[in-house]
Design a protein around this ligand. Structure first.
Ligand SMILES: [Zn+2]
Length: 48
């Protein structure tokens, strides 16, 4: 199974040995966007 690539840095999302992705998959306007754990830290959702 192909691993999703981070939409920010282009790296493949890491998986734990349980097959769980170390990152997050978001759906934006019907498109699936993968964000790795590192980029997740840098992204602060604009909540104001
Ligand atoms: Zn990334």
């Amino acid at each position: 199974m192909a691993r999703p690539k981070c939409d920010k840095c282009g790296r493949e999302l890491e998986e734990t040995f349980l097959g769980k992705l170390m990152g997050t998959i978001m759906k934006v306007k019907g498109k699936t966007t993968a964000i790795c754990r590192d980029c997740q830290k840098n992204i602060k959702p604009a909540k104001k």
